[in-house]
Ligand binder design. Structure first.
Ligand code: SF4
Length: 308
């Protein structure tokens, strides 16, 4: 099987009409300057130089900000650059991430023209009150409408949801996962909320209005959500923000994270905890009093089990 590579191109805050309570895209993406077609080309060429193409399945991904909210001329310029690599066979596909209220027929036609294959929507919650509280500027009805249109136009649909938003409870988050399953995404990302510098959430945190989840709380909720998506064979492509210089332990000097359930291998914490639950459940089923138990697992899972 070919190895999958993603060439990430961050388009920080560019074109985003909003100011979500938790967002400082420039910190999260680690990029302070705006993206241009020249920079995008350079990023792609640099990545391609380091990838053995015969063994690779390569995708260019426009992350961060809200891609389809960028002014159409710049969208076209960036997509044109990426599309050239698809046409000449160096890259297999293109993906973009955006907001649900920035999807319409014209936008989808544009993305189709430039061979975009996957569209990821930042959903965050299915509860309109929590969306409003987080200053998302859209409702869950927008998510439903955009998801339908994306699938109807033949794109692969992805969703991103958050756990630990202000006033959101475990039940809200489980309900969000269940509501997303109904919209049939092919893939999801689950992000526990981190308090990032220079956001409205940082202010609320400092004023004692917002209390972030602990790592244990975030892991417990993510376990439940992962089961909901996994039961429906929805690919969980990420759990927790990717660690970078900026998204790192709040104690690091360069970290932009002030508080919250940050862990450099958050996904592994969740998977280990799920393995632990499964092993304990099996032992209980045996209903025997023993001092030691021998567990045999596939070597590819050994990391999760040893850590559990
Ligand atoms: S929509 Fe996305 S980019 Fe815009 S403020 Fe919210 S999280 Fe940040």
């Amino acid at each position: 099987m070919k190895k999958q590579y993603i060439i990430p191109i961050f388009v920080p805050h560019l074109g985003c009409p909003n100011d979500c309570i938790f967002c400082n895209q420039k910190s999260i993406s680690g990029q302070k300057e705006n993206m241009t077609k020249e920079k995008a080309k350079k990023i792609i060429d640099n990545y391609l130089e380091s990838i053995k193409k015969e063994e690779a399945q390569i995708e260019i991904a426009f992350f961060g900000g809200s891609f389809t909210a960028i002014e159409p001329k710049l969208q076209e310029e960036l997509l044109e650059v990426a599309c050239e690599y698809v046409k000449n066979g160096q890259v297999e596909s293109i993906r973009v991430s955006t907001r649900p209220d920035c999807i319409d027929k014209e936008t989808l036609k544009r993305l189709k023209k430039y061979k975009v294959k996957t569209i990821e929507l930042g959903v965050q919650s299915a509860n309109d009150y929590i969306l409003k509280r987080a200053n998302r500027g859209h409702t869950f009805a927008d998510v439903k409408k955009a998801s339908k249109m994306i699938r109807w136009h033949g794109f692969k649909l992805g969703h991103q949801m958050m756990v630990g938003l202000p006033e959101s409870t475990r039940i809200d988050e489980v309900n969000t996962a269940k509501a997303l399953v109904k919209l049939k995404p092919k893939m999801v990302r689950i992000y526990p909320v981190l308090v990032v510098k220079n956001t409205k959430l940082e202010k609320e945190y400092k004023e004692g209005i917002y209390e972030p989840l602990s790592i244990i709380q975030a892991v417990e909720i993510c376990k439940e959500i992962v089961r909901i998506f996994a039961d429906k064979n929805i690919d969980i492509i990420r759990i927790g923000l990717q660690s970078t210089d900026e998204i790192s332990n709040p104690e690091n000097e360069k970290s932009e994270v002030v508080a919250g359930p940050y862990h450099p291998a958050f996904r592994q914490l969740v998977e280990s905890a799920m393995w632990y639950d499964a092993i304990v459940a099996k032992i209980k089923k045996l209903n025997a009093k023993v001092k030691e138990v021998e567990v045999t697992v596939n070597p590819i899972d050994s990391n999760n089990v040893i850590r559990a």
